[in-house]
Design a protein around this ligand. Structure first.
Ligand SMILES: CC(C)(COP(=O)(O)OP(=O)(O)OC[C@H]1O[C@@H](n2cnc3c(N)ncnc32)[C@H](O)[C@@H]1OP(=O)(O)O)[C@@H](O)C(=O)NCCC(=O)NCCS
Length: 176
């Protein structure tokens, strides 16, 4: 199976909306509103062109990932970071490595743009294989009432979070 990862284009928006809805439809820990979150973030100041990627198989969109800008509030001031939210693969294409490819490609693009780290809320068994560690280990907290095991972070550059401790500030679009 040939999987092509590329930046999203305006003509993909409707298919992306649809695939996110389908991917999360049967997810227990979901509000089933992730497709709306992506639409809001795309119009927000947190959106970074180049960090909304799609996965194509035979010219059909089967996956999507979005990284948007956030800030870690530290005693020394705000430190720029990225939130990974959401990543979605159509149910019939899950378990084939597409999610992994999207995550690795998003990291690479973010690194190319000079970003230092990514933070996410997600399944504790999935993300460590890509290098994520508990945000708590870095001294970083997320403003959500969720178990610490689900709050994770990755350094895109060595020791990027070594001296970064504080709470993540998300754009308002995450709370609408
Ligand atoms: C999470 C998701 C993007 C992974 O994409 P994928 O293409 O299926 O992932 P990959 O093929 O790269 O990896 C498959 C592995 O991920 C695991 N996995 C997939 N979804 C998982 C989940 N929600 N929780 C825990 N593990 C999960 C699979 O068990 C499999 O593990 P294995 O390799 O040990 O067998 C996809 O399953 C999906 O769209 N799920 C619904 C939406 C969602 O929950 N998104 C994440 C929250 S933002």
């Amino acid at each position: 199976m040939n999987i092509n990862i590329r930046e999203e284009r305006p003509e993909d928006y409707a298919s992306i909306f649809d695939l996110i809805e389908k991917a999360f439809r049967n997810e227990e820990y979901s509000d089933h509103q992730e497709q709306f979150l992506v639409e809001r973030l795309r119009k927000s100041g947190a959106f970074v062109p180049g960090l909304s990627l799609v996965a194509e198989v035979e010219n059909n969109l089967v996956g999507h990932i979005l990284l948007t800008e956030i800030e870690i509030k530290t005693p020394e001031g705000g430190i720029k970071s990225l939130a990974l939210a959401p990543v979605a693969v159509l149910p019939e294409f899950q378990g084939k490595g597409i999610g992994g490819k999207l995550i690795e490609a998003a990291h690479e693009s973010a690194r190319d743009l000079g970003y230092q780290s990514v933070i996410l809320l997600g399944h504790e068994k999935y993300y460590p294989r890509f290098g994520y560690r508990l945000a708590d280990e870095f001294g970083i907290s997320l403003p959500f009432d969720v178990p610490k095991e689900n709050c994770m972070a990755i350094e895109l550059q060595p020791d990027a979070l070594k001296k970064v401790q504080g709470e993540v500030v998300y754009p308002k679009e995450f709370f609408e």
